[in-house]
Design a protein around this ligand. Structure first.
Ligand code: NAP
Length: 250
């Protein structure tokens, strides 16, 4: 195991984050699997990775909370070493609705979990990775959404706006730290089969909309993970401030 291959993936107990953890582990990364509530899923994933010969730890932390983000980074650094890869994947959406029916409290929660978490984790990663602070560099991949481009009308414009904020952060931070050994990129998934759609009140959303996708099907979490891992490794060494849409042509 190369000690410099240390990846922290937020929201990795299931869905796209779990697929990313599996793939990074298969590439020789020690992986920190962050989760908020689903401890059993996170522990089962750790066992699966270790049975395949990899190294994984599960770390509970609400990444929308600054103190918990600090504890998360300290725990990972003490246990595995300072992360050289950060994947900001944790994200939520809420019940589909038109804008005039969405309350301020919900908007703030969406921004906290989807955007503030990304901001805080980027900050802690830069403090450890940047050559300006004595670090050895690293890669950050933000999991945005195609919603940042479409705006998700009639479903969740608050969610879409939080993802557009992630895109602006990705662009700005990429240029800010490009000379300090850190590359920052984003992946924008389209309609992917995960549990997330049930949180919007429509578990079968991908099935309903799949005929609108040029490739005529929904995507799998593992297909998104491939793009994330490419951006997280040296295979993408000349890429920063870039976006990969994994959306079947949408
Ligand atoms: P998912 O299956 O619902 O999984 C979400 C993960 O995020 C879970 O591990 C969850 O942990 C974790 N999480 C949520 N809030 C958290 C918090 N405050 N702190 C720490 N962990 C937290 O979602 P997914 O579909 O894989 O989505 C992953 C990312 O892809 C999200 O950012 C999402 O916006 C983006 N995306 C998904 C799609 C899609 O079609 N699925 C499309 C575009 C973009 P717990 O289970 O412990 O709460």
């Amino acid at each position: 195991m190369n000690p410099a291959k240390i990846a922290l993936i937020t929201g990795a107990s299931r869905g796209i984050g779990a697929a990313t953890a599996r793939l990074l582990a298969s590439e020789g990364y020690a992986v920190a699997i962050n989760y908020r509530r689903t401890e059993q899923d996170a522990l089962a994933l750790c066992r699966e990775i270790e049975q395949a010969g990899g190294r994984a730890i599960a770390v509970q932390a609400d990444v929308a909370d600054e103190a918990e983000v600090l504890r998360l980074f300290d725990t990972v650094t003490e246990t595995l070493g300072a992360p050289t890869v950060l994947v900001n994947n944790a994200g939520i959406l809420m019940q589909q609705n038109r804008l005039e029916h969405i309350e301020a409290e919900r908007v703030m929660e969406i921004l906290r979990v989807n955007f503030l978490s990304c901001f805080l984790c980027c900050r802690e990663a830069v403090r450890r990775m940047s050559t300006r602070h004595g670090g050895k560099g690293g890669r950050i991949v933000n999991v945005s959404s195609l919603a940042a481009r479409t705006g998700s009308p009639n479903e969740y414009v608050d969610y879409a706006a939080s993802k557009a904020a992630m895109d602006a952060l990705t662009r700005g931070l990429a240029n800010e730290v490009a000379g300090e050994g850190i590359r920052v990129n984003a992946v924008r998934p389209g309609l992917i089969y995960t549990d997330m759609h049930a949180d919007g009140g429509e578990a079968g959303r991908v099935e309903r909309l799949k005929t609108r996708i040029p490739l005529q099907r929904g995507g799998q979490a593992s297909e998104v993970a491939e793009a994330i891992v490419w951006l997280a490794t040296e295979k993408s060494s000349f890429v920063t401030g870039s976006f990969i849409d994994v959306a079947g042509g949408l």
